[in-house]
Design a protein around this ligand. Structure first.
Ligand SMILES: [Mg+2]
Length: 306
């Protein structure tokens, strides 16, 4: 159904509610716009999108309370999806890696930038061809949507994260883009963390390819709200009743806000309170960690009075 059609239907529904519940003879009718602007109610089902690094895990270790938070979601039948811009691993790989840290998240609850990129490409073309610079997380996602991976005149060049960027692969990508291939990149992060210091990430390699190919890539992962929207569609929920939990103002909070969600910033990752002031927007709420949401998943932003 188109958005316009949906709006018209919602308006009709709202109208029928007001005309049946309000006695028109004695009281003025409630304008339809007021009904549509009804604030969220305590009983509305809440859903969560949550970032992974800095929210649930940090440097390969569980963030205390992350397991309790996820259990709370499951026990209360709350829909959720865990998001990561990491495109190296498949959701199954990530699920297994998380299990070793003590976090139980099934693969179907993990939404990577590689999966979001594949969902975006599938929405563009049912079947097409791509030259991929990336790891199994990305190649598997593209195989799953039925795309053909080739270096022979592909329609797209798709760049994701790898730890083994080869000069040869980058050269091939540049030449294909210069010959007309469309340039897609899983995420714009320029660096990633490691115990020894920062690592150059997908965005940094994208800059190299962009400079030499004279073409700008289209980035799908956070902070593109496309990543949030495809995750919402995946679990069949709407943005207005969904909370985005993240540890970065410039990706998680920005993308959550732009996708129409309420946002919660956790202090367990890379952002402290002083850094929040550097941004022209604010999260709906700031908490120490997801542990603070345990026992509170139906009113995470403290909107409802006791
Ligand atoms: Mg993070």
């Amino acid at each position: 159904m188109s958005d316009d059609k949906k709006k018209t239907e919602n308006a009709r529904e709202a109208e029928s509610v007001t005309s049946s519940s309000v006695d028109q003879g004695e009281k003025p009718r409630v304008p339809v716009t007021d009904v549509l602007n009804t604030p969220p109610q305590r009983d509305d089902p809440i859903s969560f999108l949550t970032d992974m690094d800095g929210v649930l895990v940090k440097e390969g270790e569980i963030i205390p309370g992350a397991d309790e938070f996820l259990n709370e979601l499951r026990e209360n039948d709350v829909e959720y999806m865990v998001l990561t811009n990491n495109s190296i691993y498949t959701p199954r790989d990530l699920s297994a890696r998380l299990e070793r840290t003590g976090i139980d998240i099934p693969a179907e609850r993990i939404w990577t930038s590689a999966k979001a990129t594949a969902a975006f490409l599938a929405s563009q073309k049912e079947v097409s061809t791509a030259y991929v610079v990336g790891e199994s997380g990305l190649t598997t996602a593209l195989h799953e949507i039925g795309w053909i991976l080739t270096d022979s005149d592909p329609e797209y060049v798709v760049l994701g994260e790898t730890r083994t960027y080869s000069f040869e692969a980058i050269t091939t990508a540049i030449r294909l883009i210069r010959r007309g291939a469309k340039f897609i990149c899983t995420n714009p992060d320029i660096t990633g963390p490691s115990p020894e210091g920062v690592l150059p990430a997908t965005g940094a390699v994208a800059s190299l390819i962009q400079t030499a190919s004279l073409k700008e890539p289209y980035y799908v992962g956070k902070p593109n709200p496309m990543m949030m929207r495809s995750a919402l569609r995946r679990i069949g929920v709407h943005s207005e009743n969904t909370i985005m939990v993240g540890d970065r103002m410039d990706t998680d909070i920005k993308a959550g806000m732009e996708a129409g969600m309420k946002t919660i910033l956790v202090r367990s990752g890379i952002t402290d309170d002083d850094m929040i002031e550097d941004f022209p927007y604010r999260p709906s709420r700031v908490i120490d960690s997801v542990k603070d949401l345990v026992g509170n998943v139906h009113d995470p932003c403290g909107e409802f009075e006791e």
